[in-house]
Design a protein around this ligand. Structure first.
Ligand SMILES: [Zn+2]
Length: 424
């Protein structure tokens, strides 16, 4: 089984290299925007879509012309890759997977990619990497790079430069070491509640830094735009954002690693985060209700990173030989695991579950997790409609059309007997 994996490290450029990288990222943004503008103008004039090959010829003209001769200073492969990015943005738009491509702004996700592994040299013994037109550069090699190099992406975030090195390597088909199954209910009050009764505390990384962030943003708004002090204040804001991101990533990775190592089968609700976090404001004709409250909830949901949680579970379980089962979320928090009675009255409050038929009591999230696990068992073992899950991203977009009773399943599917999951 081939495993693709990216390894990301902080770069330690000298002043010259840092300036070069900023310039290269700017050139790639310029090429992306110029190509997008050309594509738009061409469409308005009634022309056909300009494919990548034709666009690359334009790039050669831009590089050799007199208008933008500085494009010649940037490495050509990353510039071509910017065109590929734009082409893919259009393809995603044509396939209705994404909105219409947008122009890139300076200072947002500055990055560029070297798509050709032959041009990159990695010297792990001395902790350095060779990149075209930048030369040898030191990097913080916090762990070894495994596998064969595929490409390298340089990016800038929170005042630092990073390189993500993508590799491919052959690994043996994993056999799950764990044998247990678990259901997970995600929520606001508790980030995740497990069917065994344990739970993960909410990840309020954003809340914790919110006041600091607000102060830094206020300080930035008082400065003259593009002045030296404004740029300093902006770096401060970006640093806080980077911190928030790091805290969140760290938390999620630790949680998903532990779950995927300890369980062979993980059942979650097939939540449509995109629908849940849709803007509540509505349109001018149809203003939304409870806009303030809902926007608070949205922030909470996005802050929690449920979608990322699911994405990580999906690939980590595939790596460990386990599987992820996404079950339809209907009534999981209203069904009694004792007698099977389904009623909204079973849930007198957000946190409490009390069955009106048999009096079964418990924490509502815990009951939800138990129901999710039971549903997952039925789906996996007794052949309720189980189809392979599409990749998480595509799924999110296709969510609207999904059948309400469909149960999706991903990862490898070991024989149920082998993992010891009873059939109910
Ligand atoms: Zn009951």
């Amino acid at each position: 089984m081939q495993r693709l994996q990216a390894f990301k490290y902080e770069l330690r450029p000298d002043g010259q290299q840092a300036r070069q990288m900023a310039r290269f990222a700017g050139s790639c943004r310029f090429v992306f925007n110029k190509a997008l503008a050309l594509q738009k103008a061409n469409h308005e004039a009634g022309g056909k879509y300009i494919g990548y090959v034709a666009m690359a010829k334009h790039l050669t003209e831009w590089r050799n012309g007199s208008e933008t001769p500085w494009l010649k200073d940037a490495p050509v492969h990353p510039l071509q890759h910017a065109l590929k990015d734009m082409d893919r943005a259009y393809q995603n738009f044509f396939a209705k997977r994404a909105a219409f491509p947008k122009f890139k702004k300076k200072g947002q996700r500055e990055s560029f990619r070297y798509p050709d592994a032959k041009q990159i040299k990695l010297d792990q013994a001395n902790g350095r990497i060779f990149l075209p037109k930048l030369g040898w550069m030191r990097l913080r090699l916090s762990r070894p790079v495994l596998g064969e190099l595929r490409n390298a992406t340089v990016s800038y975030s929170g005042g630092k430069w990073f390189v993500a090195i993508q590799t491919a390597r052959e690994v043996e088909q994993p056999m799950p070491t764990a044998t247990s199954a678990i259901g997970i209910d995600v929520g606001i009050a508790r980030f995740a509640t497990f069917s065994d009764g344990t739970f993960l505390a909410p990840l309020d990384s954003f809340k914790k830094h919110e006041s600091r962030l607000r102060r830094a943003q206020r300080a930035m708004s008082r400065k003259v735009k593009n002045s030296r002090n404004w740029r300093k204040a902006k770096t401060q804001v970006q640093k806080i954002h980077a911190r928030i991101g790091n805290a969140r990533r760290d938390y999620l990775h630790k949680a998903t690693s532990a779950i995927s190592q300890n369980h062979a089968m993980v059942c979650i609700e097939d939540l449509q985060v995109r629908n849940m976090s849709k803007s509540a404001a509505g349109t001018d004709d149809k203003p939304g209700k409870n806009v303030r409250a809902k926007s608070g909830l949205n922030k909470s949901i996005l802050d929690q990173g449920w979608f990322e949680f699911r994405r990580q579970l999906e690939y980590k379980l595939a790596w460990s030989g386990g599987m992820l089962i996404a079950v339809p979320p209907h009534n999981t928090s209203r069904t009694c695991p004792g007698c099977g009675c389904v009623s909204a009255d079973n849930r007198p409050s957000q946190a409490v579950f009390r069955c009106i038929e048999c009096g079964h009591k418990g924490n509502a999230d815990h009951i939800g997790a138990i129901n999710i696990l039971a549903r997952g068992h039925r789906a996996a073992a007794c052949g309720e409609d189980v189809s392979r899950a599409k990749p998480a991203k595509a799924k999110c977009a296709a969510s609207a059309k999904q059948e309400p009773t469909e149960v999706t399943c991903s990862g490898s599917m070991p024989a149920m007997g082998a993992v010891g999951i009873p059939c109910r």
